[in-house]
Design a protein around this ligand. Structure first.
Ligand SMILES: NC(=O)c1ccc[n+]([C@@H]2O[C@H](COP(=O)([O-])OP(=O)(O)OC[C@H]3O[C@@H](n4cnc5c(N)ncnc54)[C@H](O)[C@@H]3O)[C@@H](O)[C@H]2O)c1
Length: 279
């Protein structure tokens, strides 16, 4: 049994805790939770697992796999020390890996400690995909072997799902006053995650699978009346062309996070634990 320690028990973390406690990931169990909220402490109590407010306690509590669902700052602060202390690490805040120096440090720490790091994003193999089960990051990864000419991600979100992003400090937009879709950002994936740290982890995951954050183009559209977070991915390369559109239902607990993010986390945990890996 792999003993899982959750770093962050907010909307995604709680989803993971519930799934592990229900036995939905064969071969893994919820062993400990690290968070600072009273709600997280009561989840730990309900599931009879260890609780700490300091994530770096997790290795000492016997955790094999630390699952970060706490935010970019936590991912940056904790990934390397957790690896060095002997834990495998799963990151939900994939945006942290857009920083090449940090990503290299993580890779080095993992290799030195003989540990592994999983960066999770929405599984693009999902029934909500309009083009069905073909494509997504697996295809982007394969396409990158031959060479990719262009990757463009267009993300459309309801204005309230973008509110509060640091980008608007320097580029103010009255999101409540929008009556039609407005392009609020265009840039590369590294710039996108800095501008919208809570919104576009998928851009960084796409870039890591493909041509890197600097060459992955991102366009963000605020669209009044939309009740989904929509990601359209277009890739052109020697292999041909790939077009994927996914329309996510926002998490009931956190409108910035897709419900599918929690499902992706469970799918990723199953993949880590499984003796046979598909795709
Ligand atoms: N990979 C993906 O596909 C994907 C999709 C959506 C969101 N995300 C990212 O996942 C992360 C979590 O999202 P969420 O919606 O669950 O957020 P949330 O705000 O609902 O929950 C975050 C929790 O982490 C806790 N926390 C913060 N810093 C901590 C620390 N240092 N140690 C322990 N706990 C800490 C907070 O108290 C909170 O309970 C965010 O960074 C988000 O951007 C990833």
């Amino acid at each position: 049994m792999v003993r899982v320690g959750l770093v962050g028990c907010g909307s995604i973390g709680r989803f993971i805790a519930d799934a592990l406690a229900r036995g939905q990931v064969p071969g893994m169990r919820l062993h400990a939770i690290a968070d600072v909220t009273a709600e997280a402490a009561s989840v730990a109590q309900a599931y009879a697992c260890a609780f700490t407010t300091a994530a770096l306690d997790l290795p000492g509590l016997g955790v094999d796999l630390a699952v970060e669902a706490a935010g970019g700052a936590a991912a940056r602060a904790l990934a390397v020390p957790l690896l060095r202390a002997g834990c495998d690490v799963m990151l939900m805040s994939v945006g942290a890996m857009a920083d090449a120096a940090f990503a290299a440090e993580v890779a080095e720490a993992a290799a030195a400690a003989g540990r592994r790091v999983a960066c999770v994003t929405h599984s693009l193999r999902h029934p909500w995909l309009r083009i069905g089960a073909i494509g997504g990051l697996d295809a982007v990864r394969a396409a990158a072997v031959a060479g990719i000419a262009e990757v463009l991600l267009t993300t459309r979100k309801p204005p309230r799902g973008l509110a509060g992003a640091p980008w608007f400090d320097r580029h103010p937009v009255d999101l409540d006053a929008l009556t039609e879709p407005a392009v609020v950002f265009e840039g590369n994936a590294a710039e996108a995650i800095a501008a919208f740290p809570a919104n576009v982890n998928v851009a960084v995951a796409l870039s890591l699978a493909g041509v890197g954050p600097a060459r992955t183009r991102v366009r963000i559209v605020a669209e009044p009346g939309l009740n989904r977070n929509v990601h359209e991915v277009t890739v052109r390369g020697d292999f041909g062309e790939l077009r994927v559109e996914i329309a996510n239902v926002p998490s009931p607990r956190n409108p910035r996070t897709a419900m599918l993010a929690g499902l992706s986390a469970i799918a990723a945990l199953r993949r880590i634990a499984a003796p046979i890996v598909i795709g």
